[in-house]
Design a protein. Structure first.
Length: 146
């Protein structure tokens, strides 16, 4: 459950995105490793006009909390999300619960170089990463040890 301060902050973030403003958010946690590093990277969010499998989004998930995760399935209005650093945990939401779409990852608190998350090489890397889901826990273990 979100605290009142977090709830108000996220409400403001969602309102800014909905108005067309680009919003930069620092990322916490490891759920998007290896593509987004919590505590190091920030994401640049914009209002979405279309959604596709593979998109990274800010969503109100499972009617309980906000996440920045990747869309892994679209079933009409229903969406399934999963963090790149997760091996089994999935979240669910609807299209109306998608608050914004990540376009760039930046180093640091938004002042660093922008890396477009839908570049050709990143799309290829994500497809490979998704294909490695059955062995992802071993790859993540090795990654975290390095």
């Amino acid at each position: 459950m979100l605290s009142n301060n977090t709830d108000a902050f996220m409400s403001d973030v969602c309102n800014l995105i909905d108005s067309g403003t680009e919003v930069i958010l620092p990322v916490k946690g490891n759920s998007m490793v290896p593509f987004i590093i919590g505590g190091k990277d920030s994401v640049v969010l914009k209002k979405h006009h279309s959604l596709s499998v593979g998109d990274i989004v800010l969503a109100w998930a499972d009617n309980q909390y906000y996440v920045i995760h990747r869309i892994i399935h679209l079933y009409g209005n229903d969406i399934t999300l999963m963090g790149d650093g997760n091996v089994a945990v999935k979240e669910h939401c609807t299209k109306k619960d998608i608050m914004g779409k990540v376009l760039y990852v930046t180093d640091g608190q938004g002042a660093g170089k922008r890396h477009y998350v839908y570049s050709t090489w990143r799309k290829i890397a994500v497809r490979l990463w998704m294909a490695f889901l059955p062995i992802r826990k071993y790859l993540l273990y090795i990654y975290r040890k390095l």
